[in-house]
Design a protein around this ligand. Structure first.
Ligand code: SF4
Length: 475
């Protein structure tokens, strides 16, 4: 199921009714949450590291212009090139130009949400260039023509039987009766298919978890080693990353990497943590002949210093998704956006506009779990609330909803009126619900009562009960 943010309500209803998806989502709860908790418990200084990681990002963002200059300087000194791309279109044009210069026919890709953000795959395909995702999950997503459903585990919504069917459908040159029953079978087949692509690729495109201003290095973390092969074997290596990925020093990068792996997968460190600095030097045994870094803005510089500045600290660990009850109920595709869950509910309107994604910041119970587990201390509920305020100010909600909110706000700002009104409504609701204990359906509240019961009030407001108790307690 693939939708758009604008069809969120329908997407969510379908996701809740999808039994296979619901089974798959239990893996998020069982796996990621427990592993993160274990990793945190094993490192007593974890919380201090998170504070330090947030401080590093805040410092970098406060001096981003200086660190961008320093990074560009170091990349140039090591023989690479930095390209600035204000918009996704600019980034796509730069990639296509570089691929043209390299006479590229085949591209391998690894670990890049930003390339999804700029719609790179479609642009390369339109230009007649074959592009192969090399992360196993991303590869499966590619052959299914889907988008990732989780920023760390893109195929968390699938089971191995579905992937076996996809492999049987796509890998037609292999014997039809080969075994595809176990995870090992599937991994071995993907490895065999992808191995030749790594060898034949003209250009390798990777994202970056971090960019280090001190050395001009790009850093990626993977658990499959596909990032290393993607950047070391082809003639050209292109890194596509957004500007907020910068950190000042290697030591800063290491601090964030310690927090990232534990928050994402519960690992102490990911299996492959790779630093790439410029093209191959004469004494190097391998590496690309040319090295390019494309730095994407796409609205991020407008976030700097504004209401959503804190979101630029995000390191894409996915912890907020894993702990979110909404994500846990509907999965990633229901959001209809590249970045799902609480982080996506803040980021998507900033990058792609509130008009097309206004349901996402509203898709939160505001339980606060996302903020609690976020290693970068991003106040996600508060940022979602700010989008809700803008949503209301721009008159995007339907008129009845805006009217109801206006009336509520009018009464809530006038305590006497509020208490008078609630004093009238509560006895009425109490009488209506008497004997039943719960409402199974209420006008204007059907979105809630269609799927859950609403406890009936007792008939008196809290203040009335409190006042009665105090009167009774007096001597
Ligand atoms: S918002 Fe926080 S928890 Fe969510 S992905 Fe970003 S860093 Fe991780």
């Amino acid at each position: 199921m693939q939708g758009t943010p604008a069809s969120f309500e329908d997407n969510a209803a379908q996701a809740v009714a999808d039994a296979q998806l619901q089974r798959a989502l239990t893996n998020v709860k069982r796996g990621f949450i427990a592993k993160r908790a274990d990793a945190r418990a094993r490192l007593p200084e974890f919380d201090e590291l998170c504070v330090e990681a947030s401080r590093i990002k805040d410092h970098t963002l406060a001096h981003l212009d200086l660190y961008l200059e320093a990074y560009e300087q170091r990349v140039s000194e090591s023989g690479g090139h930095v390209h600035y791309a204000p918009t996704p279109e600019d980034a796509r044009d730069i990639v296509l130009r570089l691929c043209g210069e390299a006479d590229a026919r085949l591209i391998t890709k690894a670990k890049s949400m930003v390339s999804e953000e700029i719609g790179l795959h479609a642009a390369l395909t339109a230009a007649g260039i074959e592009t192969v995702e090399t992360d196993l999950g991303e590869y499966v997503i590619q052959i299914r023509k889907e988008t990732p459903s989780h920023i760390v585990a893109p195929i968390i919504h699938l089971n191995k039987e579905q992937i076996a069917q996809d492999f049987a459908r796509v890998h037609r040159s292999l014997p039809a009766d080969r075994p595809l029953d176990t995870v090992q079978d599937l991994v071995a087949e993907a490895r065999a298919v992808l191995r030749q692509k790594f060898v034949d690729a003209d250009v390798g495109i990777t994202g970056a978890n971090l960019l280090v201003a001190e050395t001009g290095s790009s850093v990626i973390v993977t658990n499959e080693g596909n990032g290393d092969l993607t950047q070391a074997l082809p003639r050209m290596h292109i890194v596509i990353a957004s500007i907020e990925k910068l950190v000042p020093t290697l030591e800063d990068a290491c601090t964030i990497l310690r927090v990232l792996a534990r928050s994402a997968t519960g690992q102490e460190i990911t299996s492959y943590t790779t630093f790439a600095t410029g093209p191959r030097r004469p004494e190097d045994p391998d590496g690309p002949e040319s090295y390019h870094v494309i730095l994407l803005d796409n609205g991020r510089s407008e976030m700097l210093g504004g209401d959503f500045h804190a979101m630029l600290r995000c390191i894409r660990c996915g912890a907020c998704l894993n702990h979110c009850p909404v994500y846990g109920a509907i999965g990633g595709h229901a959001y209809g956006a590249l970045y799902p869950g609480p982080m996506g509910a803040v980021l998507t309107p900033a990058l792609f506009g509130l008009e097309s994604s206004r349901d996402l910041p509203n898709a939160s119970s505001f339980c606060g779990r996302c903020e609690e587990v976020c290693p970068m201390h991003i106040p996600l509920p508060d940022l979602m609330r700010r989008w809700r305020e803008r949503d209301f100010a721009r008159k995007l909600p339907p008129f009845p909803q805006r009217l109801a909110l206006k009336l509520w706000a009018y009464a809530a700002k006038r305590p006497r009126l509020y208490h008078r009104l609630s004093g009238l409504v509560m006895p009425f609701l109490g009488r209506l619900g008497r004997g039943r204990g719960r409402f199974h359906s209420l006008p204007f509240l059907h979105a809630w009562t269609d799927t859950r019961d609403l406890p009936a009030p007792e008939g008196k407001t809290f203040r009335q009960l409190f006042a009665r108790q105090r009167r009774g307690a007096r001597p």
